[in-house]
Design a binder for this molecule. Sequence first.
Ligand code: F6R
Length: 250
Amino acid sequence: MEIVIVDDRASVHRLAADMVAEQLESKPASVLGLATGSTMEGLYAELLTRALDFSAVTTFNLDEYLGLEAAHPCSYHSYMHTHLFNHAEFGCIHLLDGATQEPRDHCLQYEADIARAGGIDLQLLGIGVDGHIAFNEPGSSLASRTRVKTLTPLTRQTNARHFPAEEAVPMHVLTMGIGTIMEARHCLLLALGKRKAQAVRDFVEGAVSARCPASILQMHPRCTVVVDNEAASKLELAPYYRFVWANRPQ
Ligand code: F6R
């Protein structure tokens, strides 16, 4: 893994936007895997300030709340339109349908659609305080595919800030699997703030284990992790990661 530690949130978003821009420059018809959540808001805002051409880009979002209609204000469908899709022209967007009556078939179809698109070139990821990526909570199979998952009480509590009340946060979600994410050609994980410091320490320097689902990224051939100083504050090897980045080959 390449660990990049920068000073603040804005620098994380700028650097991540540079990486997305480089991806689109080298392949205008890229397939992007997209994430939601607070961490991504600044990245999408930064991308929209740049004159990027998304018209040939195909996207696949990581996850969605099961039981929420697309138009629900707390759905990830609404989030993506508010923060990105309403403001730029995209080639083809794919979102999991929280209102599906056939979740199993829907998830299989989503996997087939990713394969048909040629796989994901660049997968954006955030991380939960419990180490989840997408909605693959601790204990998820490290080889899992897109499917229904049950959120932990901690994740429902953490995400309650986006809902009228904690009880309104759906218990079940549709999420790309860890095996699905691991097939992306490049994973780019962002983490911000002290709240994420332990999860960052666990997944970067801890054991590879389903206890911390993001730790599987240690096995990914190309994973870039961009964090601010606060999120990096528990990394034992932080001085070395800074040294490596400062002396990276051209
Ligand atoms: C959402 C997703 C989640 C979030 C994670 C962090 O699509 O994939 O794994 O990235 O829960 O959320 P924030 O950024 O709100 O802290």
